[in-house]
Design a binder for this molecule. Structure first.
Ligand SMILES: Cc1cc2nc3c(=O)[nH]c(=O)nc-3n(C[C@H](O)[C@H](O)[C@H](O)COP(=O)(O)OP(=O)(O)OC[C@H]3O[C@@H](n4cnc5c(N)ncnc54)[C@H](O)[C@@H]3O)c2cc1C
Length: 425
């Protein structure tokens, strides 16, 4: 008896979607062979999907965004596929493409070596601030939030570094929580409790959106007592003491510095690729792949390795883009795997086409927000309806967990490309 495994590293938006797709549309089509079983195995450090999208509100207040709304147990969402679905709580530490195995350190302290017939890398990225990343398990992140919220209560000065959506949303949530909801016509709070400063490296907020929308965001931030400093980067930060609640000195690229009770680093992303061979990565440390087929094609990678989600070089990121990418990577995986198992030449590829239209939705506090969808500017009320009221939890959390979006494999036309022979074997 042997088992052929589709191994998925990372159990967040991309990894879980890839697992549902594999269970629904890959396993049923694999050749039935005497003594061979197939399974889908997901490796993830936490047992729970973390609804990272809601982190700006969750970090600010557990009354407004309780833990029960941001953590969702993974395994129960796959009971329909037991025993073909397996979950391993741990982290991948090494990939051996020659032996087609991945080393995994489990939370129990075991070292596993998991063989794969096909490998999907979906390990995403971490943030410099611990507020926006579930690095280990739910309990650890809840502790981070508890400690942060205890400090936030008494904070009089807060600096947020980074003028992207994470910085803007977090500054908005925190400012509104501390300074209150503004009056209907007020352009700023009368007696703000805290001075909140958002430091933006660019000349405008929200790089993906047009400048006019960035200006609206600034106005909404001002209403809840947050000032924006433009064209300035945070170049360093250091605690001014070792005691609990010590201030932080935030050094800026213009040579000035700010002292703050709390500094939140919302700049940039760090791809979770430290466990992969350096030569598989691009110059941003993302996994380099064929931008059409999402195969990892470095010669040392060997056959049947794919990348999905924000860790891939093919994408500018975001959950919506995954709906375009997951079916592509998984269809190509299926084509390659069937050819490998049958000893035949694979058929045509499915190709990924990104949607590069201006699309981003950014709540600013619990009432306002800015954004655009498919190139059309959204009114603040629409941003609230889509995202600001509950960070899309009601609309998307359970369907995401269950993989509802991937019930059908979707229409596609095979493309015969020169890469096909190169990437399968
Ligand atoms: C505050 C915030 C708000 C956001 N809001 C939005 C939004 O409104 N809309 C939107 O589209 N996007 C939003 N994003 C971006 C969105 O969260 C990402 O696009 C999404 O999380 C990417 O999913 P992913 O599965 O590729 O990676 P991740 O969500 O980063 O998940 C990667 C998973 O892999 C695990 N992992 C890491 N290393 C290993 C390893 N060695 N072995 C095994 N597992 C590993 C991680 O623990 C994690 O579970 C937001 C991001 C942040 C931080």
């Amino acid at each position: 008896m042997s088992t052929e495994t589709i191994l998925i590293l990372g159990g967040s938006f991309a990894g879980l979607s890839a697992a549902h797709w594999a269970l629904k549309h890959v396993l049923p089509q694999l050749p039935k062979k005497e003594g061979v079983t197939y399974n889908v195995t997901v490796v993830n450090p936490s047992k729970d999907l973390y609804w990272r999208i809601a982190a700006p509100r969750a970090c600010a207040s557990k009354e407004m965004m309780p833990a029960s709304k941001i953590f969702y147990p993974i395994e129960p969402a796959f009971t329909y596929a037991f025993p073909k679905f397996k979950f391993v709580q741990g982290s991948a530490t090494h990939v051996d493409p020659a032996g087609q195995t991945v080393s995994v350190a489990t939370v129990e302290g075991e070292q596993l070596s998991i063989p794969y017939a096909a490998l999907v890398i979906a390990t995403g990225w971490s943030t410099p601030s611990p507020l926006f990343t579930q690095s280990t398990d739910r309990a650890a992140l809840e502790q981070v939030y508890n400690a942060f919220q205890a400090n936030l209560k008494n904070a009089k000065s807060i600096v947020v570094g980074g003028g992207g959506p994470v910085g803007v949303e977090t500054a908005g949530e925190i400012s509104e929580l501390l300074n209150g909801k503004p009056g209907f016509f007020a352009s700023a709070p009368k007696n703000p409790k805290a001075k909140v400063t958002l430091v933006c490296g660019d000349k405008k907020l929200l790089p993906v959106l047009r400048e006019a929308i960035g200006k609206d965001a600034q106005q909404f931030l001002k209403r809840v007592g947050c000032d924006v400093v433009y064209n300035t980067k945070v170049v360093g930060s250091s605690k001014l003491g070792s005691e609990e609640g010590a201030k932080t000195k935030v050094e800026l690229s213009n040579g000035e510095s700010l002292e703050a009770d709390i500094y939140i680093d919302a700049t940039g992303m760090r791809p979770n690729t430290g466990f992969l061979p350096k030569e598989w990565l691009d110059n941003r440390n993302k996994v380099a792949c064929n931008p059409k087929t999402l195969r990892v094609e470095h010669e040392s990678a060997g056959p049947r390795i794919y990348v999905v989600g924000d860790v891939g070089s093919y994408t500018r990121g975001g959950v919506m883009d995954q709906a375009l990418a997951i079916p592509v990577a998984m269809t190509n995986l299926r084509t390659d795997l069937i050819a490998h198992l049958n000893g035949t030449v694979p058929g045509g590829d499915r190709h990924y086409e990104p949607n590069l239209k201006e699309s981003q939705v950014v709540p600013i506090g619990t009432q306002k927000g800015v954004g655009a969808f498919n190139g059309n500017k959204l009114p603040s009320q629409m941003v609230w309806m889509l995202k600001g009221r509950d960070y899309m939890i009601g609309m998307m959390a359970q369907p995401t967990l269950r993989g509802d979006q991937y019930k059908k494999e979707g229409k596609w036309t095979p493309v015969v490309s020169s890469q096909v022979g190169l990437s399968s074997g």
